[in-house]
Every structure is written in C-alpha cells, then in structure tokens.
Design a protein around this ligand. Structure first.
Ligand code: MTE
Ligand code: MO
Length: 421
C-alpha cells in the first residue's frame, strides 16, 4: 500500500518538471562514467572506502560535516558587547521548513543569561484567584503540545524600506526561523491559577538583564500561546530562552519573551519601553502605530539568492519560503521577468498555519539578465504588497514590519544582486 503510494508520488514528482529536464541534468554525469570508446568502466574506489571511518561517539553531540563549515549564523558587525546584538539564520543554505537549532537566529537585548533550571521560577499573579510560583518540574508535568511555527523579528528586512538594503539573503531576511516547539499551552496555566474575568492583558517578563517586558492580549494567551521548554525535540538552548520562554505564534518575535520569569494579569496594556519607545511604527503624519503584533504575509526566494552564483545556463529549481502570522499560505506566485508575468509555484507539504511553507518552481535560465520575484497570498486573501505600496501606505519612518516583494537580479555572469523594480 505505502509502496504503491510512494511510487505514484515519485512519478508525479517527475511529471512536475518533465523527464527531458531531468535527463538533460543527468547527462554530463553519465558521460563521465564511460571511457572514450563508450565502454562503461568501474567506479574508482576512494580512500574513505578502503579503511573504517571514525567510531560512533566521534562527537557525543553530533556535528555537521566539516565540509559544511560555512553554514553558520552570521552577525553584521563583530559582536561588540553583550548588551544588544543579533545573529542571522543562513536561509540560503537551508532545505525544507525546519531551522536546525544551531542555526536559528538570535536576538538578545542584554546577552544570554545562563540559568539553572532547578532555581528558575515562573510567577503568575495579578488578576488571578491563586497566585502561583511554578518550578520547571511543576510546569513540565502539565499537559503539553508540540507545534511547528515560524519566529520572525519585526526588524527583519528593515533595511529594505529605503531601497535595496542588503547584498545578501542571510542579512536581509535572516531574522527568521521555524522550529517544532514543545510546551504547555498558556491557557492551561491560566486555568490552573483561575484568571479573573476582568483580566484582559498579561505582562510577560524575562529574567535576563534587559528585563524584557511586553503586554500580551488575553485573547492571544487563550488562543495558541505556549510556555515552551523544548525546541526541535530537545530542551531549549540558552540563547533561545532556556529553561522557559513564551511563544506567541505569528506575532512579532520580540513578544516571545525568553527566560520567562513572570506573568502578571491586568486590565490594560502595561505600556512598557518595548511597546512605547521601541516596536512602534512611525507614520508620515507624525503618529505611530502601536501594538502591531501580527507578522504580515511574506515570501522570499532562497535559491537562487545573492549568496549564490549561477555557474552555467540551464535548468534550476527556484525555491523559497512563504509565511504568514495570519494563518496558512494559500498560494505563492513566481515571476522570472521582473514582475511582468506571474505563475503559480508548487507548495510543498506540510502547509501549516503560522509556519514556513516551502515553495518550488522550475526555471530554465537562458543566460540573459533577468529579475526573480515571489509573491505570497494567505488563506484570508491578503496578497504580499510591493515595497512601493508599503512606502505609500506607511511612509519611510518605519524600521519594523516590512513585508514587501523581494527582487533578485540575475546578471549574465550569474552574479545575483538585491534590486528594487
Ligand atoms: N527576555 C528576552 N526575550 C526576548 C528578547 C530579549 O532580548 N530578552 N529578544 C526578543 C526578540 S527582539 C526576538 S526577535 C526574539 C528572538 O528569539 P531567538 O533569539 O530565540 O531567535 O526573542 C525575543 N525575546
Ligand atoms: Mo526582534
């Protein structure tokens, strides 16, 4: 049964691009295995096939191949001090939708605290019937769930507001990740403490030296908020909030408070620094948007991108990521001529709500200059705007929440650059 199904899937996969494309791609490799007279000859036996390799437990905690040593997080500047810094995910080297934990971008406002889980406490108080101090053991005993969600800093692509900002996908879009998160639904903990019907906002506070605080609407807390203790199957890493973080799927990354130590239920938003002076969006009329929680629908081509160079003309599979804080991705269109024509890309399963979705599109590069773009549409009918549309609606004073269509220019020499068309 399953064998038959996988064969059918295989055939369908081949039919997607046509066997001529695949045949052409394989032809040079087959030619190499035949000698001048067209005779097949045995494959050479490489040195690594002749003696046993490294033993199991070579690394007690596994490492990537040394040949992949350039696939790493990167920072714009050498990290000058622990206070405020970030590192970016190498999206140009990743496959599928899950970000390996060691490559997940980091954003810290006061460095990474090293917290002993035995000493960590979560206080839940304010408008609740039973104020409670939870240990990690108390929390992990509660009913848990695992869900796949993206996390994006609202400052991601912030440099694209004023024209092509960054000459690299890692640096333009790398404040983005997608992991399987395991934790206790915040709704379960609120049920435990008995939330007052008048409670409509929750202050979340981190235990780092930044004392990161944000106000969370109770509606979100009861909907899909998680108190997370594990990421991609293992306990959180210190840089992502060990031993406990909040995760608010689809909301700006800043609100997913790491090293979570306190939740206070109140009637109004708490007007903390990170939602008054920071994480607001200035508008041309001098006012500012506040509490712009939801990350808008967005997409980007991750191959080919400025971090790559095309060596020869011919077949390539354009591939990229689409995501929406509003829910599921419905469709992604790709343009291979700078936005004159658009065609629907193939969405790879699974297509999950508030998760990265991988799209693929066959392309034959004729060797001439062109511009590649992708445009996402979500399940509510919202279409990813152009940068110009965003600027006409919101002006040029915003640093956050840029979700414009990204254009990559392919030059005749195969060099790819960030452009705006
Ligand atoms: N306590 C605390 N929580 C925090 C931060 C912080 O500096 N301190 N940074 C926030 C920001 S701005 C983002 S984008 C995300 C980044 O999460 P990550 O480092 O796990 O990728 O964490 C958020 N939570
Ligand atoms: Mo952020």
């Amino acid at each position: 049964m399953s064998v038959r199904r996988s064969r059918r899937d295989f055939l369908r996969g081949g039919a997607r691009y046509g066997s001529a494309v695949l045949g052409a791609a394989l032809a040079p490799a087959l030619a190499e295995a035949a000698d001048a007279a067209g005779q097949a000859r045995p494959l050479e036996v490489a040195p690594w096939s002749k003696t046993p390799g490294e033993p199991a437990l070579w690394h007690a905690y596994g490492q990537p191949s040394p040949f992949e040593k350039n696939v790493v997080r990167r920072s714009r500047a050498a990290v000058p001090f622990a206070g405020a810094n970030s590192s970016m995910t190498p999206l140009q080297d990743l496959h599928g939708i899950i970000t390996p934990t060691g490559l997940v971008f980091e954003r810290h406002h006061a460095g990474i605290p090293l917290i002993d889980p035995a000493q960590h406490r979560l206080a839940v108080h304010g408008l609740v019937q039973r104020p409670t101090l939870f240990t990690m053991d108390d929390l992990v005993r509660l009913p848990s769930v695992s869900r796949i969600h993206f996390l994006e800093c609202s400052g991601n692509t912030g440099r694209e507001w004023k024209g092509p900002g960054t000459a690299s996908l890692q640096f333009s879009h790398g404040l983005l990740s997608c992991c399987e998160w395991t934790g206790v639904p915040l709704a379960v903990v609120l049920e435990e403490v008995g939330i007052d019907p008048e409670g409509s906002w929750i202050l979340a506070e981190g235990a780092d030296a930044a004392g990161m605080t944000r106000s969370i609407p109770v509606s979100k807390a009861l909907d899909d908020a998680l108190l997370v203790y594990a990421q991609n199957g293992e306990r959180l890493r210190p840089e992502h909030g060990y031993p406990l973080r909040l995760l608010l799927p689809g909301f700006e990354g800043n609100m997913s408070v790491k090293w979570l130590r306190r939740l206070k239920v109140g009637r109004q938003p708490f007007m903390t620094r990170e939602e008054t002076s920071k994480y607001t969006d200035s508008l041309p009329d001098g006012t500012a948007r506040q509490f712009t929680f939801q990350m808008e629908t967005k997409s980007v081509i991750t191959f080919p991108a400025p971090d790559h160079r095309l060596k020869e003309r011919g077949f390539y599979e354009i591939s990229g990521l689409a995501w929406s804080g509003r829910g599921r991705i419905q469709r992604v269109d790709v343009s291979i001529d700078g936005g004159r024509n658009w065609s629907e890309a193939h969405l790879q399963e699974p297509v999950l709500s508030r998760a990265l979705t991988r799209f693929r599109f066959p392309w034959r590069w004729d060797g001439g200059p062109t511009v590649l773009q992708s445009r996402a549409l979500d399940e509510h009918g919202y279409v990813q705007p152009t940068g110009a549309q965003l600027v006409s609606a919101r002006g040029l004073e915003s640093g956050y929440h840029f979700n414009g269509i990204q254009s990559w220019k392919v030059a005749a020499d195969g060099v790819i650059t960030n452009v705006q068309v």
